[in-house]
Write a protein that binds this ligand. Structure first.
Ligand SMILES: [Zn+2]
Length: 323
């Protein structure tokens, strides 16, 4: 099952879910990360972002929603490092043009491009600040927070993204949706102030590297607990939107969460910090414009990431491009 299909299935048919709680950071996690990143910003920026905090929060999930309608959106959320061999982090070119030259764009798109896409969106955001385009600043800020958050999820950096290769199907949403929903109220997500990032492209790779290093623990701990828990104790049922869905039980989730020893909290916190850092860096690189005159209405409620040639849209069934 490919990722696009997986996400559609989860979004539309959760009551048929035989793979408990699969998803993506969960809408809950993405919104929380974008929202909290606002509070890392300096005085020159925070007024504008607070004014639009509802938009920044709600639209944190736009890139996932776009996966259903935009060609090429899917690969922007992950990178299957392990398809490039044992030492992928050393052998994969860090810059997009070099990577295309070595592997071809088709190959890169087939296995995910999130670290390069973060850098690309950061540059678009810089341009939006330079041209003082409030709509674009907001859309791209919301998007950037999403991709940064995805780059912090260990299972977004492996071809075994949902445990499908190790008989652990469902672990993706378990880690990034179920655990934060159950336990993040107790997290300390205070990150301090945003700081300038000298090399955003390398910063994206650092995030990927840290996330990838955690995969072994993510998979192994779940397996160890599965061996200890009776199937009837591993799963439970909850009511969601008047439907009964199978979920990982509280006891199993709690045991796994404790074994992970703060990993989800650390990754969430790092995602918040990096999101604030890249918003701030884009603003600095964009000439530090005064944002006060830009406070107005948020952009129209649309999934569109904005203007420009960045996004190729899928053809509608009618044959018309979706606008
Ligand atoms: Zn995503």
């Amino acid at each position: 099952m490919n990722r696009y299909f997986l996400c559609c299935l989860l979004f539309l048919c959760i009551e048929f879910n035989s793979t408990p709680d699969s998803g993506f950071w969960g809408f809950f996690g993405h919104k929380k990360i974008n929202r909290l990143a606002v509070f890392t910003l300096p005085p020159e920026m925070i007024g504008f972002y607070k004014h639009h905090i509802r938009y920044i929060t709600e639209k944190a999930v736009n890139p996932d929603m776009r996966r259903y309608i935009i060609e090429d959106e899917g690969p922007r959320h992950y990178i299957d490092l392990d398809v490039y061999g044992e030492n992928a982090l050393d052998s994969l070119p860090k810059w997009w043009e070099d990577a295309v030259e070595k592997y071809s764009e088709d190959t890169l798109m087939a296995y995910g491009i999130v670290p390069w896409h973060i850098y690309k969106i950061k540059n678009y955001l810089t341009t939006a600040f330079r041209s003082q385009d409030a709509d674009q600043i907001l859309r791209l800020s919301a998007d950037l927070g999403h991709y940064v958050a995805d780059s912090h999820v260990p299972l977004h950096t492996t071809k075994n993204y949902n445990g499908q290769l190790t008989d652990q199907v469902g672990i993706h949403g378990f880690w990034e949706s179920r655990l934060p929903e159950l336990f993040s109220d107790d997290y300390d997500l205070f990150t301090g102030k945003a700081s300038y990032v000298e090399d955003p492209q390398m910063r994206a790779w650092e995030a990927i590297s840290a996330a990838h290093a955690a995969i072994d623990s993510v998979l192994r701990f779940e397996q160890e607990l599965t061996n200890r828990f009776d199937e009837s104790k591993k799963y439970g049922f909850e009511e969601r939107s008047a439907r009964t869905v199978r979920v990982y039980s509280y006891d199993f989730s709690n045991a796994y969460h404790r074994k992970l020893d703060g990993m989800v909290e650390r990754q969430m916190k790092s995602a918040i910090k990096m999101t604030g850092d890249l918003w701030f860096t884009s603003w600095v690189d964009g000439g530090q414009p005064d944002l006060d005159p830009l406070m107005g209405e948020p952009p129209a409620d649309t999934l569109s990431p904005g203007r420009g040639p960045l996004f190729r849209l899928r053809k509608h069934e009618s044959g018309e491009d979706i606008k």
